[in-house]
Design a protein around this ligand. Structure first.
Ligand SMILES: Cc1cc2nc3c(=O)[nH]c(=O)nc-3n(C[C@H](O)[C@H](O)[C@H](O)COP(=O)(O)OP(=O)(O)OC[C@H]3O[C@@H](n4cnc5c(N)ncnc54)[C@H](O)[C@@H]3O)c2cc1C
Length: 456
């Protein structure tokens, strides 16, 4: 028999976006229902503990880059303890000709680094005086080569984009993928001048605390989603939603949810989706494929993550954030993070925890390898690049066929279509990583922004 449930606001998807949104709506006294496919909320954020290792299946770290994220940690109080990276995690390694080189962090290291060519190092002095770009759809590779030079593209931006987007700078449109960078050039005429001017601008107390520090949470990121879930209240979730389908009738959103036990009809005035583009057609069944195709055609990078735990480590010294690997190096991994060097208590004393990332837009062939081959690839790359013959004491593989949304040229049409549908169907909001950024700080910011809009 079908149960009926009424709610002011329905949220589809209980990852970080949906949880942040629900947390603030609930605090403002709204009645919310969160529909989640899995047996627990949290989305891709999952932490495990085993044999003295605390490892992540999804994101390992975030950047404390938005005031909304700082505020969220304040609002959660001691139910969730923010953990900021060790100062030595500022040291980021880039592989060049088979050796790790630290990414420069000050003027003297920028002058001496072998990562960038002498020509580009001299040329960068002219960056503040270079002409502003006029193509709003310029891809990141072109923008960086134009303003900074090819060696900066190859040995700073390309590995950085592998680390964030698992993407290709030749496909990502700066305006959509890195809007802050795009705006520096557009608003100030130069990255360098813009960065200096921005630093001088007055900031609120919260903005000052959005430090760009790398963060996690004590005992792992899942503590954050668990703290949000507890604050929202378990009674406001429908979990194990095997099928979710939405129709609009008489100005109300009617969401039919099938779980293993029963069917539930949730009636609400407003409905927000926080699910990926690839889920929308099955869920928003009142829309046609033509309505949705400008949104659902967005590409996602497939990413595999291998967590490796070593009870005693004897390889390359892991004093830093981790190593990113430029495409030019032709290796089979995107990068290797050193979580046990970034945060305390992630591995036994003398031990090490590594997170190896494989796949991405440029290496789907590697993602598609069978599990054991993928793990062997990760192990070979670790032993060659981090100079160790040790066998890990713990190995876990996690796969994400839709890991990271790619903000490419099609983004404009996607954003226009989202705006059109939201205008056409009052009470419907399309959120999640289909817009407004892919990092955890972006997801929290989006959740807060929509909550504030609905509370008003
Ligand atoms: C491997 C990996 C590494 C990452 N690394 C970083 C990093 O280093 N730093 C960083 O800031 N960010 C990182 N990210 C991105 C970050 O994790 C995400 O932006 C964020 O956690 C996404 O939250 P979300 O709520 O938008 O989406 P999700 O976490 O994907 O949540 C969506 C939820 O919707 C549910 N769902 C889907 N379809 C339905 C349906 N039809 N009905 C009901 N429920 C449904 C899903 O089960 C899921 O729980 C990484 C992501 C991945 C995958």
């Amino acid at each position: 028999m079908q149960q009926l449930r009424t709610s002011q606001i329905t949220i589809i998807g209980g990852g970080l976006t949906g949880l942040t949104l629900a947390f603030y709506l609930k605090r403002a006294g709204k009645k919310v229902t969160i529909i989640e496919r899995n047996h627990e909320p949290g989305g891709v954020i999952r932490t495990f503990t085993e044999q003295g290792f605390t490892y992540e299946a999804g994101p390992n770290t975030g950047v404390l880059s938005s005031p909304e994220l700082v505020q969220l940690f304040d609002d959660l109080g001691d139910t969730c303890n923010l953990e900021v990276a060790n100062p030595n995690a500022k040291r980021r390694l880039i592989l060049k000709d088979g050796s790790w080189e630290a990414l420069p962090h000050n003027l003297s290291s920028a002058i001496t680094t072998p990562l960038f060519s002498l020509y580009d190092k001299i040329r960068i002095l002219g960056e503040p005086f270079r002409k502003k770009g006029s193509n709003p759809y310029e891809t990141l590779d072109k923008l960086v080569a134009r303003r900074l030079g090819k060696s900066f593209l190859d040995y700073a931006v390309d590995p950085f984009i592998s680390g964030i987007y698992a993407g290709n700078p030749a496909n990502l449109v700066t305006k959509f993928a890195l809007p802050k960078l795009y705006n520096l050039e557009q608003n100030y005429g130069s990255f360098i001048r813009g960065a200096i001017k921005k630093r001088q601008e007055p900031k609120s107390e919260l903005e000052q605390r959005a430090t760009k520090d790398v963060f996690s949470v004590k005992n792992g990121l899942q503590q954050l989603t668990q703290a949000l879930t507890a604050a929202i209240g378990h009674e406001n979730f429908i979990l194990n939603a095997k099928r979710t389908s939405v129709t609009l009738q008489n100005g109300k959103c009617q969401t039919t949810v099938s779980t293993e036990e029963n069917d539930i009809l949730v009636e609400s005035e407003e409905l927000i989706t926080t699910i990926g583009a690839y889920e929308l057609a099955n869920t928003l069944t009142f829309l046609t494929p033509e309505d949705l195709s400008p949104i659902t055609n967005m590409r996602y990078a497939k990413v595999a993550q291998v967590a490796l735990g070593y009870k005693e480590w004897n390889g390359y010294p892991l004093n830093g954030f981790g190593g990113l690997i430029p495409s030019k190096e032709n290796r089979k991994v995107l990068g290797i993070l050193f979580p046990s060097s970034i945060f305390p208590n992630r591995a036994p004393e003398k031990g090490a925890l590594l997170s190896v990332f494989l796949g991405g837009i440029q290496h789907e062939d590697i993602y598609n390898l069978p599990d054991q081959e993928l793990i062997d690839t990760a192990l070979n790359e670790v032993s060659e690049t981090l100079k160790t013959n040790l066998k890990p004491d713990m190995i876990h593989l996690f796969r994400y066929p839709y890991a990271i949304a790619q903000y490419e040229r099609s983004s404009e049409q996607r954003l226009d279509q989202i705006a059109l549908l939201e205008q056409q169907y009052k009470g419907l909001y399309l959120a999640g990583n289909i817009r407004n950024g892919i990092g955890m700080a972006d997801r929290v910011k989006q959740g807060v922004t929509i909550a504030n809009m609905l509370i008003k």
